[in-house]
Design a protein. Structure first.
Length: 170
């Protein structure tokens, strides 16, 4: 049976990927002056923002599910939550601008250059913020991506079984 924790884990990569693809497409659209590519990028930013909403709101149940696990600290969860809010607001702003631009410039068929460049700049911030949020989320349970290089306080680690005991020297 799925829970809100599962929903969070299923959705959390989608806003990151869609904002990164949106950034790639808006760069191509801006450099090559391809209006259709710029419009596609805007659609990706809108889709990413729509996926960020349920991802953000299922984060709290996910935090409650892992907060007592070995190696998990309130600091890592708090940093991820703060970054998620900022990234969601930035991506939401780019999405709102994209909705406006797509509606406003449905005719004539070509987006003004300033609209494409504003979307590109917003996309850089949104994609960067989403990538940082993903990294901070990964640090909660994936010690190998932590700034400490994966070093975990041994007093918080418990043996979960699943294999023979290992020597501390290897």
């Amino acid at each position: 049976m799925y829970s809100l924790v599962h929903v969070h884990l299923l959705l959390n990569h989608i806003p990151i990927i869609l904002s990164a693809l949106g950034l790639l497409f808006i760069v191509i659209g801006a450099v090559r002056h391809w209006d259709d590519m710029s419009r596609l990028a805007m659609a990706f930013f809108i889709g990413g923002a729509l996926c960020a909403i349920p991802t953000y709101f299922t984060g709290d149940p996910a935090a409650h599910a892992v907060r007592r696990l070995p190696g998990v600290t309130r600091e890592y969860i708090g940093q991820h939550e703060d970054a998620a809010l900022i990234a969601s607001v930035i991506l939401g702003g780019v999405a709102i601008f994209s909705i406006w631009a797509l509606w406003r410039y449905r005719r004539p068929a070509v987006l003004p250059r300033w609209v494409v460049w504003v979307t590109l700049v917003g996309g850089v911030f949104a994609s960067s913020a989403m990538a940082r949020t993903g990294l901070l989320g990964g640090e909660i349970r994936h010690t190998e991506v932590r700034p400490s290089g994966g070093v975990v306080d041994s007093s918080t680690v418990t043996d979960t079984g699943g294999g023979p005991p290992r020597s501390r020297g290897t």
